[in-house]
Ligand binder design. Structure first.
Ligand SMILES: [Zn+2]
Length: 260
């Protein structure tokens, strides 16, 4: 197994050592930035040169998707498209291409345009995707989301942004409930993430507290935009989503006759 790895063409001053089931990379450089550049290039060499082996690349892509699910604290049912967006993980194929571009040009300045190209292609793929549509409605433009400085997603924010959580529409879809109707808003009203966040009468006070704190009327087009404005807005949004999702969780457990 090591032969293929040890024979990979590495940048100058990068050396690969295999021992037992581990591989170590030794780098000699003058600055931390150079070490980081060379480490990233070396890290993506195996997938770059393994592109001609479909099983290898599909294995890497599966691991990448699993990482996205874990990072975003998402349910396993979430689509790959939505998981990657919420975890800020660029497609592995793009990462491989970036590594190749940076290596071929042999300069650090190549990294930024390479990443911008990846995000541009990611945006096109995101806009045309037939999965993750609810997440796309909330996070339509990727760049501001990926460049945000104010906090990461958590378990509750991810449920809200993915639509995969204690919503009766989701529970019914996966066989955990017999009805997808909202218990408070009358028959024919589906309890999904959109209804819970922006319409349901049960959460009027939570919604009012969020709008009072941020000064912004809550809607699908403003929720994430507001959250990206600053730490206060992010924390207010996280508090709102946590309060709503905890109440839904309690309601679900009561329906199932479980301790709350
Ligand atoms: Zn309702």
């Amino acid at each position: 197994m090591y032969d293929g790895v040890l024979r990979l063409p590495m940048p100058a001053n990068v050396h690969v050592t295999g021992f037992a089931d581990d591989v170590a990379i030794t780098i000699v450089a003058k600055t931390i930035a150079e070490v980081e550049d060379m480490a990233n290039t070396a890290y993506f060499m195996p997938p770059r040169y393994g592109l001609k082996t479909p099983s290898y690349m599909s294995g890497v892509a599966r691991t990448h998707r699993l990482c996205a699910t874990r990072i975003s604290c998402a349910f396993r049912t979430i689509s790959e498209e939505a998981a990657l967006v919420m975890a800020d993980l660029v497609l592995v194929q793009e990462l491989v291409r970036e590594a190749a571009e940076v290596l071929d040009q042999s300069r650090r300045e190549a990294r930024r345009p390479a990443r911008e190209g990846s995000i541009s292609r990611w945006q096109e793929r995101w806009d045309s995707s037939t999965s993750g549509c609810w997440t796309h409605a909330l996070i339509t433009v990727l760049s501001p989301w990926l460049e945000r400085r104010h906090g990461q997603v958590d378990f509750y924010l991810t449920q809200i942004q993915s639509g995969h959580g204690c919503f009766r529409s989701y529970l019914k879809k996966y066989g955990h409930d017999t009805s997808d109707g909202c218990p408070s808003c009358g028959s024919g009203i589906e309890e999904d993430a959109r209804h819970v966040l922006f319409e349901c009468v049960r959460f009027v006070e939570d919604r009012a507290a969020l709008e009072s704190g941020t000064g912004v009327s809550t809607s699908p087009s403003t929720l994430v935009q507001t959250m990206l404005r600053g730490q206060m807005e992010r924390d207010a949004t996280a508090k709102f989503t946590a309060s709503v999702m905890r109440k839904l969780r309690i309601a679900e457990r009561e329906r199932r006759g479980l301790d709350t």
